[in-house]
Design a protein. Structure first.
Length: 749
C-alpha cells in the first residue's frame, strides 16, 4: 500500500479532541485553516491566539514531498544532517527533468539516459533513508500526491511552490525550500509564520465554458501576485461543494501565484468520491466519520467577515471564463474583454501553440472537457490551426485516458502527447522555432513569467482553462471567443463550438498497470551512496562558514535590480535544471535574468575595477576570489514564484552577504535565512533610490542583531558622500542563530 492508513487513522482519532481543546483555548469559532494548523502544533507548543502574519509557530507536518529538481539539494542536505531514516513519510517524484521534444516515449527514454546519474542518486538516497520513490514518467508531483497521499485535515510540506494543490482535498499543504524539508524529515519542528486567513465564499454553480480555473484566475486578478503573502486562502460556501476534487486542486494549486502560504477547501462528498475512486475508501470512510471537523465552524460560515482577515465573494453562476497574461499570472481578463486587450496591446494575435497539462490542469476532468471540444471540431470538419501539446498529470491519468480513447482523439487532431511530467511548464521544452521571435502561446499551466516555457523572452504566454486552450488552439487566433464567435470549417461553413462537457472522474474507474512507485528498503543502512567527484550534475555540499562576529563593511554592490525579480530571474530553470544537484555549476546562472537598474540590461553589471560591464556570476566570482562579499538590492516581492532554494544558495555560495529589498516573497525570504544570508527590507522604500552603482555598502549593528531590532545601512558613494538609513528584518531568535551559525543546517548539527 502506497499511503499509510494507520497514520491517517491516528490523525483522525485525535482530531476531534484536539479541536475541542483549540476551541476552548481560543474561546471562539474556528476556521478550517485554524483547525488543521492548530492540531498540528509541535510537541509543547501552546495553543493560543497567535498573531496572524506576525508570530512564528512550530508545527509537525504529517508528510513531505519533493520533486527531482529540488530533491537533489534537499537530499544532499539530509545526508549532512546525521539522520539515518526520515521521521515522517516522504516521497520523491521525478517530473521536472524530462524535456519535451518528440513524444512521451522518446522523451522519457532520452531523460533516462541524460539524467541517469541524478535519478540513480535520488533512487538510492530514497532507498537508504526510507523515502518512497516515483520514477520518471510516474507523473507530476502534485497530481501524484492528490491521487495517493493528500487527505482532509492533514498537513504536509513539499519542496515545490505548487504543493498547495493538495488543499483541494482539504489538506494544509505548503511549498518550502529543501532545508525546511530536511527539518521535517529529520524530525525537527517546522517553523512557519502564523498566516492570515483570506476567506473566499463561493456561491452558485459553474456552467458552460466556465471552469474551476476561472475561480483562481479571477482571484489572482483581485489579489495580484503579492496579495496572498503570509495568508492561507480558505474557500467555503455552497458553491465549493459543486466543484470536483481535482477542480479544487487546480484552484489551490494556483494560490501560489498570489503568494499565498497555501489554500484549502473543506471536505465534502466530492472529496469522498475522489478518495474512493483513487483506491482510498478507508480514508473516505474515516473522514466521513469526522466530517464536521473538516469544515469551518458554522458561525464562521454565517459571519465570515468576523473571522477572516479579508473576504472575497464569487458567484460561480456569474463567473466568466478568464485568460490571464502575458508575463504575469495576475493580469486577468474575462474572455469578453480579452480580444480587445490583445488588439490594444498589440500582442501577437496568431496563436501558435496550445498546451494542456501541468500540475494545475491535467486531471481526467480537464482532459475530458478539452477533448469534448476537439472531438466536436473534428466531427464538424474544423481544422486545428495551432500546434497542440498535451501532458497528462500522472501515469494513472494517462493510462485511463488512453483506455477511454481520449488520447486518440487528441492525436487524431494532430496533438502530441508528451510525458507525464512538467515539460514546457518549467522550460523543459525543446521548441524548435522559439528563437527570440515575438509570438503567443496559450497554456492551462499556472505561471507565465517571461522565458518560463520556451526560454524566449518574447513569447507571450497566457494561462487559461484547458477547454479554452483547446478552443483557441483550434482557432489559432488569440481573439477567438468561443462563446460568441464562429469558425469556418473545411467546406467553408460557419461552425459554432458547443459548450464543453466532461467527466469529473472516469465512468469506468481509474486504471494503471505500472504507476511508477518504488517502495524503499525497510532497512536502508547497507545502501551505499556514491557521488563522483568529477560529476557535472552532483556535488557534495560543504557547510557554509559561520558569521565572523563583525559588521559587514564596504561591500560592493553586485546588482541593483529593477522591477520584477522572481526565482526564475534569480536562478533560471530550463537548461539549468540539470545542475540542480551541483551548487558550483548552477551558480553560473545567478541573477542572469534580473534587470540592472543602471543600464536596463540583464546580466551586465559594472565591474568597478575595470569599468567594464560583465556577467553577474562572473563579477560575484571575482569578488569571492578576493575574499570580498557583495550585496544585492532589489524591489518588491523579490523571490516570487518557486520554492527553489538554489535562488538563496547560489548567492550564498558566491559570497553575496546581503539581499536588501522593498519586500520579499515568503518562501524565498525563509530560504535566504536558512542558508545564513541576511535578508533585509527597506523601512523607507525611497531609500532604494539612494543606492548608486559604485557604492560601498555597510550593514551596521549586527553585534546586536535581534528580533524586531532594525539594522543600519550606510552607503559610501563614489564622490565621498554618505547616506545612512534604517532597514528592517523578520528574523526571530532561532533565525538569528541560523545567521550566526552560517546556516540552519549548521545550527541543527
Ligand atoms: Fe511542474 Fe509546472 Fe507544476 S514545473 S510541478 S507542472 S508548476
Amino acid at each position: 500500500m502506497i499511503f499509510d492508513i494507520d497514520i491517517i487513522r491516528k490523525v483522525y482519532e485525535q482530531l476531534p479532541e484536539k479541536i475541542k481543546q483549540v476551541r476552548e483555548a481560543l474561546q471562539r469559532p474556528l476556521t478550517l485553516t485554524e483547525k488543521v494548523l492548530l492540531t498540528h502544533l509541535s510537541d509543547g507548543v501552546p495553543i493560543k491566539n497567535y498573531k496572524r502574519a506576525g508570530d512564528y509557530v512550530n508545527f509537525a507536518p504529517d508528510r513531505v514531498a519533493m520533486q527531482d529538481a529540488t530533491a537533489q539539494m534537499a537530499l544532499l542536505q539530509l545526508m549532512n544532517s546525521g539522520r539515518t531514516k526520515v521521521a515522517v513519510p516522504s516521497t520523491v517524484h521525478c517530473d521536472h527533468l524530462i524535456q519535451a521534444y518528440k513524444n512521451a516515449e522518446a522523451d522519457l527514454e532520452t531523460a533516462n539516459i541524460t539524467n541517469r546519474e541524478v535519478y540513480e542518486f535520488l533512487r538510492d538516497v530514497s532507498n537508504k533513508y526510507g523515502i518512497g520513490f516515483w520514477k520518471p514518467g510516474a507523473g507530476i508531483i502534485h497530481q501524484v500526491v492528490l491521487e495517493n497521499y493528500a487527505f482532509p485535515g492533514g498537513m504536509m510540506i513539499g519542496t515545490d511552490s505548487h504543493t498547495p494543490n493538495a488543499g483541494g482535498l482539504g489538506m494544509i499543504a505548503i511549498g518550502v525550500g529543501g532545508a525546511d524539508a530536511v527539518d521535517v524529515m529529520a524530525g525537527l519542528p517546522w517553523e512557519l509564520k502564523m498566516p492570515k486567513i483570506i476567506g473566499v465564499k463561493l456561491t452558485g454553480k459553474l456552467s458552460g465554458w466556465s471552469a474551476p480555473k476561472d475561480v483562481i484566475l479571477k482571484v489572482a486578478g483581485i489579489l495580484t501576485v503579492k496579495g496572498g503573502t503570509n495568508a492561507v486562502i480558505e474557500y467555503f460556501g455552497e458553491g465549493a461543494k459543486t466543484l470536483s476534487a481535482t477542480g479544487k486542486g487546480t484552484i489551490c494549486n494556483m494560490g501560489a501565484e498570489v503568494g499565498a502560504t497555501t489554500s484549502i477547501f473543506p471536505f465534502d462528498d466530492k472529496s469522498a468520491d475522489y478518495l474512493e475512486q483513487t483506491s482510498r475508501k478507508e480514508v473516505a470512510d474515516e473522514a466521513r466519520k469526522i466530517m464536521e471537523h473538516l469544515q469551518p465552524d458554522q458561525e464562521v460560515v454565517d459571519n465570515p467577515e468576523m473571522y477572516y482577515d479579508q473576504l472575497i465573494e464569487i458567484n460561480l453562476s456569474d463567473l466568466e471564463p478568464h485568460i490571464n497574461g502575458p508575463f504575469t499570472p495576475d493580469a486577468a481578463y474575462t474572455i469578453s474583454e480579452f480580444g480587445e486587450a490583445v488588439r490594444k496591446n498589440n500582442w501577437p494575435r496568431k496563436m501558435e501553440v496550445g498546451l494542456i497539462g501541468s500540475c494545475t490542469n491535467s486531471s481526467y476532468e480537464d482532459l475530458t472537457r478539452a477533448v469534448s471540444i476537439v472531438k466536436q471540431a473534428g466531427e464538424d470538419h474544423v481544422p486545428v490551426k495551432a500546434q497542440f501539446l498535451i501532458n497528462p498529470g500522472s501515469e494513472q491519468i494517462r493510462y485511463t485516458a488512453e483506455r477511454d480513447g481520449i488520447l486518440q482523439v487528441f492525436e487524431d487532431a494532430g496533438a502530441t502527447i508528451i510525458a507525464n511530467a512538467c515539460g514546457p511548464c518549467i522550460g523543459q521544452w525543446k521548441r524548435e522555432d522559439a528563437n527570440d521571435r515575438k509570438n503567443s502561446i496559450v497554456t492551462s499551466f499556472n505561471r507565465n513569467f517571461a522565458k518560463r516555457n520556451d526560454g524566449n523572452p518574447n513569447t507571450h504566454a497566457f494561462v487559461t482553462s484547458p477547454e479554452l486552450v483547446a478552443a483557441l488552439t483550434i482557432a489559432g487566433d488569440l481573439c477567438f471567443n468561443p462563446l460568441t464567435d464562429t469558425l469556418i470549417n473545411e467546406y467553408g461553413k460557419e461552425v459554432k463550438l458547443k459548450e464543453p462537457t466532461g467527466f469529473e472522474m472516469p465512468p469506468n474507474g481509474y486504471e494503471v498497470k505500472d504507476a511508477g512507485y518504488i517502495e524503499p528498503a525497510l532497512n536502508g543502512s547497507e545502501v551505499q551512496i556514491s557521488i563522483d567527484p568529477n560529476s557535472n550534475r552532483l556535488q557534495k555540499l560543504e557547510p557554509f562558514p559561520a558569521w565572523d562576529g563583525e559588521d559587514l563593511t564596504n561591500l560592493p554592490l553586485l546588482i541593483k535590480v529593477k522591477g520584477k525579480c522572481t526565482t526564475d530571474h534569480i536562478s533560471m530553470a530550463g537548461p539549468w535544471l540539470r545542475f540542480r544537484g551541483h551548487l558550483d555549476n548552477i551558480s553560473d546562472n545567478m541573477l542572469i535574468g534580473a534587470v540592472n537598474a543602471f543600464n536596463d540590461k540583464t546580466n551586465a553589471v559594472l565591474d568597478p575595477e575595470t569599468n567594464e560591464y560583465i556577467n553577474v556570476p562572473a563579477l560575484a566570482r571575482k569578488f569571492k576570489s578576493r575574499g570580498v562579499g557583495s550585496i544585492v538590492v532589489a524591489e518588491e516581492n523579490y523571490g516570487e514564484g518557486s520554492s527553489r532554494e538554489h535562488a538563496a544558495m547560489e548567492p550564498r555560495h558566491l559570497n553575496v552577504k546581503v539581499i536588501l529589498v522593498k519586500s520579499f516573497a515568503r518562501i524565498h525570504e525563509t530560504n535566504l535565512k536558512k542558508q545564513g544570508m541576511l535578508a533585509l527590507t527597506f523601512v523607507n522604500n525611497d531609500d532604494y533610490n539612494k543606492v548608486q552603482e559604485r557604492d560601498k555598502i555597510s550593514i551596521l549593528g549586527l553585534k546586536d542583531f535581534a528580533p524586531d531590532r532594525n539594522l543600519t545601512v550606510q552607503l559610501l558613494h563614489a564622490d565621498g558622500t554618505i547616506d545612512t538609513f534604517e532597514v528592517s528584518h523578520t528574523y526571530n531568535e532561532q533565525q538569528v542563530e541560523w545567521f550566526k551559525a552560517g546556516s540552519a543546517l549548521n545550527a541543527m548539527k
